[in-house]
Design a protein around this ligand. Structure first.
Ligand code: F1P
Length: 346
């Protein structure tokens, strides 16, 4: 993440430099809509980006699974901006989806990790995530780096468009700047997460809940647990819980709440109370010093305070570590989960 932020961000000068994307900044700014196209973890990064772009840039954003987008007949207009997100840059569904969109006149921007990969080459412009090589098959640090880059693009566009005031812009640049140090602090809790993994490793199912910017984090936490630990897990927006998943809750169900302090926090607290009332085990990922949530939860993992726009870069990490240590505790090969490929090229 440090690599990915370095050189692009100059918080004190109040600017972002993103050479590839800069060329298309005008088109992005004036686009009627932006479509995020991706698979798996990268699709979850697209969902976070949807919330950020709509909030900061006031541009309509849609998020599409490339595996659906490529086969259906989506409406694509000349000048639509497609942002393709991919760690490997070789995912066949994403590649074909953007080839189709390009043929219809869309502008393709790539947010890709692997330099010189197929998706990077076919894109009109882009920004590499520079997360370094992903050693394991399941995408982890690439997700955080994708969020960093997508946030920077959104900030750049919002700044040019004038849809963000100068004070908030500078504040968010500083928040981005502070992420690497906060990640380092967060990683100091590894031992505690390992103990939690031991405690919950025999659960049959998990539920992950979050609202707003943390809703895609809930989806990503559930995906990581499935990929690495082979435990059935569902991610849901916390507010959707009462429309079905609440039927699953009993004393055997661990429920991970992504409950960092943000504009949705009070609502998330009441969702936690609903789970407690049904005897579910609440594991809460909370902001440092949040006594109220600590009192409600069975277990907590604390993350440093951050603006809600950048918070997913931090709140995702404990969910990745939980999945990792449950996998290790069950003696699975966490770097090479069964049935998964690093890049899905068919
Ligand atoms: C997408 C993805 C990963 C997942 C697994 C299979 O890859 O779904 O998110 O962890 O490795 O592929 P990519 O397009 O981001 O490379």
């Amino acid at each position: 993440i440090y690599d990915c932020l370095r050189g692009r961000l100059d918080a004190t000068a109040g600017t972002i430099t993103m050479s590839g994307v800069e060329k298309y900044a005008e088109q992005i700014m004036n686009a009627n809509r932006i479509v995020m196209v991706a698979c798996g973890t990268s699709w979850h990064a697209g969902l976070v980006a949807e919330y950020i772009f709509e909030e900061l840039c006031r541009i309509n954003v849609e998020v599409e699974y490339a595996s659906e987008f490529r086969y259906r007949n989506p409406v694509i207009n000349k000048g639509d901006v497609i942002i393709a997100i991919s760690q490997s840059g070789e995912t066949a569904d994403t590649l074909v989806a953007i080839e189709n969109a390009k043929a219809k006149g869309a502008i393709i921007l790539g947010v890709v990790n692997v330099v010189g990969s197929s998706i990077a080459r076919i894109s009109d412009a882009g920004a590499y995530t520079h997360a370094g090589p992903e050693i394991g098959v399941a995408s982890t640090k690439a997700f955080t780096a994708q969020l960093a880059v997508l946030t920077m693009i959104a900030l750049k566009v919002a700044h040019m468009k004038g849809s963000i005031d100068q004070q908030r812009y500078i504040h968010l640049l500083k928040e981005l700047d502070a992420i690497p140090e906060k990640v380092t602090r967060l990683l100091e809790q590894e031992e505690q997460i390992k103990k939690l993994a031991e405690k919950y490793k025999d659960a049959q199912d998990f539920l992950f809940l979050g609202r707003g910017y943390n809703f895609p984090v809930a989806l990503e936490g559930a995906l990581k647990l499935k990929e690495i630990s082979y435990i059935h897990a569902e991610g849901y927006p916390a507010a959707e819980m009462k429309h079905g998943p609440i039927a699953l809750v009993d004393e055997n169900l661990p429920v991970v709440f992504i409950a960092t302090k943000d504009s949705y926090h009070e609502k998330v607290i009441s969702n936690m109370q609903e789970i407690k009332a049904r005897k579910g085990k609440v594991i809460a990922i909370i902001t440092e010093g949040d006594e109220h949530s600590t009192a409600l939860a069975n277990d907590v993992i604390v993350v440093p305070e951050a603006d809600e726009i950048v918070a997913p870069m931090l709140s995702t990490i404990p969910t990745q570590l939980l999945a990792y240590y449950i996998g290790v505790a069950k003696d699975f090969d966490v770097d090479k989960p069964r049935n998964l490929a690093k890049s899905v090229t068919v």
